[in-house]
Design a protein around this ligand. Structure first.
Ligand SMILES: C[S@@+](CC[C@H](N)C(=O)[O-])C[C@H]1O[C@@H](n2cnc3c(N)ncnc32)[C@H](O)[C@@H]1O
Length: 220
């Protein structure tokens, strides 16, 4: 069984895609992609031997050795030639950025990339915007913590606005009840933190701006 978080990532994967799950650890996602019949093959990539052994255990337990291939490799630098999409889940932004930058050219050969960070979603959107890539979908879920899943491709897109980078162009369009709940949560957090920030600092001004933006979206 997949966690709610990984299931949300799974829902963004297109039928018959051959994914490489980078930073796979236990390989639950690529195994589910294949066992559910969404795709006939998947790759499970990790930089460390320990996690890759975990991956192998999951693969063997489900008798998927012919269909889920574990690869010991750093990021996206050696993607198999038949892989057309990448998933990167459960990582911090700095590691994710390293992975995306370690062979950025290989992204152009993919149909899409799905990233699920644990926080700092705006930093990923800023990176996508700076590279003029396109955010094709976004989803927010709650699984003991708000998680945002971002799907992008390398099609040209003009830079996203600061507001879109902060809150997500697709999430803002979808405006689901959970997104509104998330905005209320962000607002509460910002208001709690800002009281301890010197009011002549840049951090304070940025937080004030964020509060104003969120209030305007919430109609407050
Ligand atoms: C927190 S686990 C995430 C596991 C799984 N993706 C999930 O979401 O549940 C992160 C994994 O990423 C792997 N990792 C970190 N940097 C990597 C890199 N440059 N290339 C491949 N794997 C990497 C780590 O070894 C670790 O197993």
């Amino acid at each position: 069984m997949l966690s709610k978080r990984l299931h949300a990532v799974y829902k963004f994967i297109e039928e018959r895609s051959i994914i490489s799950d980078v930073g796979t650890d236990h390989a639950k996602l690529p195994c589910f992609v294949v066992s559910s019949g969404l795709s006939s093959k998947a790759y499970a990539i990790d930089i460390k031997e320990g996690p890759l052994l975990q991956a192998l255990k999951t693969i063997e337990a489900q008798a998927l050795q012919d269909k889920v291939i574990p690869i010991l490799s750093d990021g996206i630098s050696h993607l198999p030639s038949d892989c057309n999409a990448v998933t990167i889940c459960g990582l911090g932004w700095l590691t994710c950025e390293d992975i995306l930058m370690n062979d950025i050219q290989s992204l152009y050969k993919l149909d899409y990339v799905i990233v699920q960070l644990n926080k700092d979603y705006h930093l990923l959107r800023k990176w996508i915007s700076d590279h003029h890539f396109t955010i094709v979908d976004e989803e927010i879920i709650y699984d003991g913590h708000y998680y945002i899943i971002i799907k992008f491709n390398t099609d040209y897109h003009e830079s996203y606005s600061d507001l879109q980078i902060l809150l997500g162009p697709v999430l803002m369009q979808k405006r689901t009840p959970l997104f509104i709940e998330y905005l209320e949560y962000l607002l509460l957090n910002l208001k709690e933190i800002i009281v301890n920030v010197p009011n002549d600092s840049e951090v304070y001004n940025n937080m004030q701006k964020e509060i104003q933006i969120i209030c305007s979206i919430l109609g407050k």
